[in-house]
Design a protein around this ligand. Structure first.
Ligand SMILES: *Cc1c(COP(=O)(O)O)cnc(C)c1O
Length: 219
C-alpha cells in the first residue's frame, strides 16, 4: 500500500528533511494515492512522462508540486520548465546556460540544484573544481537561482562506501555555503534514495528522493 509505505518513511524521516516522491514509471493513479495520503512534492525524470502526468493531474491534485530529476536535453526545456519548481539535475554548464536563457525569454527565475559526480557509477555531474568555477560566476546567471547540490552514491552494498560518498558531498556543500554566502538561497542538499536514505540523512541530507520504497518496483 502506497499510503502505508509513505507513512512508514515519514515516521522515520527527521522533520527537517524534505521528502520528494519519485513517481517515474508509475501511473498517475499511484500519484493520486500518494497525494490523497498527504504527499505534495513529486519528481519525474523524463520530459514526456512529466508532461502527460501534469495534464492528467492538474484538476485532481491542485496543490501538486513537480520537480525534475532526470537527464535534461536542452531541446526539451519547454516541456519541463513551465511545470517544475526545481530542476535537481543540472549536470553541464551548457544546460545551465540554456535554462538561464529560457528563464530570461520567459520572465522567470528557475530554481536549480547542481548535480555532483560523487558515486563510482554515475558518469553525470560536476566535479568539485568545476562546480567551484561555476559558483565563482554565479551572478552572471540572472534567471537561475542556485539552491544547492544533488548527488547519488555508488550503487554498492558496502555502507561505508555509501556513507563516504554522502559525507564527501555534504562536506562540499558546507564548504560552498561558507565560501559563497552571496548565494543566499543555497540551502538544499538532495542526497538519499530508497535504498540508502538513512545513510544520507546521517551525512546531513535535507532532501531525499524516494521512489520504489513508496510506489514499489518500477515496471
Ligand atoms: C529514480 C531516481 C530516484 C529514486 O530511486 P529509488 O531507488 O526508486 O528511490 C532518486 N533520484 C534519482 C536521480 C532518480 O533517477
Amino acid at each position: 500500500m502506497i499510503k502505508d509505505n509513505l507513512q512508514s518513511i515519514i515516521d522515520k524521516l527527521p522533520s527537517d528533511v524534505k521528502l520528494v516522491a519519485v513517481s517515474k514509471f508509475h501511473p498517475s493513479s499511484a500519484i493520486v494515492e500518494a497525494y490523497e495520503a498527504g504527499q505534495r512534492v513529486f519528481a519525474e525524470s523524463r520530459p514526456q512522462e512529466l508532461d502527460k502526468k501534469v495534464a492528467e493531474l492538474a484538476a485532481v491534485c491542485p496543490d501538486i508540486e513537480w520537480q525534475f530529476i532526470g537527464h535534461l536535453q536542452t531541446n526539451k526545456l519547454k516541456m519541463v520548465l513551465p511545470h517544475v519548481s526545481l530542476v535537481q539535475s543540472v549536470d553541464t554548464i551548457h544546460l545551465l546556460q540554456e535554462i538561464d536563457r529560457w528563464g530570461k525569454a520567459n520572465g522567470k527565475v528557475i530554481d536549480v540544484l547542481i548535480e555532483m559526480h560523487i558515486g563510482e557509477d554515475t558518469k553525470q555531474g560536476f566535479y568539485e573544481e568545476e562546480a567551484l568555477d561555476l559558483f565563482f560566476s554565479f551572478a552572471k546567471y540572472r534567471n537561475v537561482r542556485f539552491r544547492g547540490l544533488m548527488g547519488m552514491a555508488s550503487f554498492v552494498d558496502d555502507e561505508e562506501i555509501v556513507l563516504a560518498d554522502f559525507s564527501r558531498i555534504a562536506d562540499f556543500y558546507d564548504y560552498v555555503r561558507d565560501v559563497f554566502p552571496e548565494m543566499e538561497d543555497f540551502n538544499i542538499l538532495s542526497i538519499g534514495m530508497s535504498g540508502d536514505w538513512p545513510l544520507a540523512v546521517r551525512a546531513g541530507s535535507n532532501m531525499v528522493r524516494i521512489g520504489s520504497a513508496i510506489f514499489g518496483e518500477r515496471v
